[in-house]
Design a protein around this ligand. Structure first.
Ligand code: CAA
Length: 380
């Protein structure tokens, strides 16, 4: 078994790392405080191919493999958690379902412009009354001539206020429950679409997390993504891919917390010695580094399974997300502890890492949901 990255994957890693250190890290605290969406950085990322990582070359994409995508998301998130998830959502939750389920016409219509960053993507599944249970959604779509009319509200939508194109799920046959859900590609300028409340989040504050409102929103029939009534499988299959990215995002945030803790513990002196000389600090550093490596390997494993063509990799993706999320929360908590009083202030970035990390256990399926996915796969 070869656990090393290929030359191409290493190239993506160093390109993403260099960009993230130069462009994203210096702005991360500022956009966390202001909540400003990092539009300029996103435009620069498009030029590097970081917005077209899963888009085939035929449509102007960089067509990286999924290990490269994970590696890039890790490096971006190491510098800025908000930008990490903005990138992950655009690539995996918006571009990927169009690549995988779109008709040729839909691919032609959207992918080239999503690849250049002209169109930013988002994913509308969650609703005010349905998070863990997306089959319980209330948004409805009814046919009306050449269009569908969508009515309902989506909530907690990353990129919601900044995106141009949305992969949205709605009931076309409410009685059929999850078998009556259909997926649509909705543009922000379609009549009847509007952006609602902007969430004031604990972490990942620059992600323009907003409500999406559909009031007789007119969506052309050719914008149905996949088959009518098969939208639930589009959602689940898409989340399998995207959960790998969240594993990578969690690893990146945890790595940043370890990097900063290593440096600080060598500078900070107490009782006349750098605190890294105390075994209780060493224990923390050792445990942080060990769980980060384990989380990274689980994440690479899930991405590798996808690249190797495994049809169903839900279990591997859920394991990666579950473990990496709890690693990120634990490692960032310990980083705040190592920094002591300073860790609890905004003078250092570790409190931001701690706030950002918590979301990893919540979005794209809570940790409890990941355990359900893993257990069902074991018992199947
Ligand atoms: N791939 C393909 N098909 C799948 C699948 C997968 N990964 N998972 C389930 N299915 C299929 C099943 O085979 C079944 O098919 P049939 O209709 O043919 O029988 C169907 O889907 C229903 O499956 P379940 O009975 O398992 O469905 P369920 O209602 O019990 O739900 C669940 C399963 C795992 C709990 C699922 O609801 C789930 O993942 N919930 C979490 C939702 C989530 O992750 N939301 C995240 C929102 S997006 C977000 O957070 C983005 C952001 O902002 C960054």
């Amino acid at each position: 078994m070869n656990l090393s990255l290929t030359e191409d994957q290493k190239m993506v890693q160093s390109m993403a790392r260099e960009f993230a250190l130069k462009e994203l890290e210096p702005k991360a605290a500022e956009i966390d405080a202001s909540g400003e969406f990092p539009s300029d950085s996103i435009k620069k990322m498009a030029k590097l191919g970081l917005l077209s990582m899963v888009v085939p070359e035929k449509y102007g994409g960089a067509e990286f493999d999924f290990v490269s995508l994970a590696v890039a998301i890790e490096e971006i998130s190491r510098a800025c958690g908000s930008t990490g998830v903005i990138t992950a959502v655009h690539n995996s939750l918006a571009c990927w379902p169009i690549v995988n389920w779109g008709t040729d016409a839909l691919k032609e219509k959207y992918l080239p412009r999503m690849a250049t960053g002209e169109l930013l993507g988002a994913f509308g599944l969650t609703e005010p009354n349905c998070g863990s249970d997306p089959a319980g959604m209330e948004t409805k779509a009814v046919p009306d001539g050449d269009h569908y009319l969508l009515n309902g509200t989506k909530r907690f939508i990353t990129n919601g206020g900044a995106a141009d194109v949305f992969v949205v799920f709605a009931l076309t046959d409410p009685a059929a429950k999850h078998r009556g859900i259909t997926c649509f590609v909705v543009e922000k300028d379609f009549p009847g679409f509007s952006v609602g409340k902007h969430e004031d989040l604990l972490g990942l504050r620059a992600t323009s997390n907003c409500e999406l409102i559909f009031e007789d929103c007119k969506v052309p029939k050719e914008n149905v993504l996949g088959e009518i009534g098969k939208g639930f499988k589009v959602a689940m299959g898409t989340l399998d891919v995207s959960r790998i990215d969240i594993g990578a995002q969690a690893v990146g945030i945890a790595q940043a917390a370890l990097d900063k803790s290593l440096a600080y513990s060598q500078e900070r002196k107490q009782f006349g010695r750098p605190i890294c000389e105390f075994q209780m600090i060493q224990e923390k550093l050792a445990e942080m580094a060990t769980s980060i490596l384990a989380a990274r390997l689980l994440t690479y494993n899930a991405a590798f399974q996808k690249d190797a063509g495994k049809k169903r990799f839900s279990r591997e993706a859920a394991m990666a997300k579950l473990f990496a999320a709890s690693t990120a929360v634990e490692v960032t908590r310990e980083a705040v502890q190592i920094f002591g009083g300073y860790g609890y202030t905004k003078d250092y970035p570790v409190e931001r890492y701690f706030r950002d990390a918590k979301c990893m256990e919540i979005y794209e399926g809570t940790s409890e949901i990941q355990k359900i996915v893993i257990a069902r796969s074991l018992l199947a």
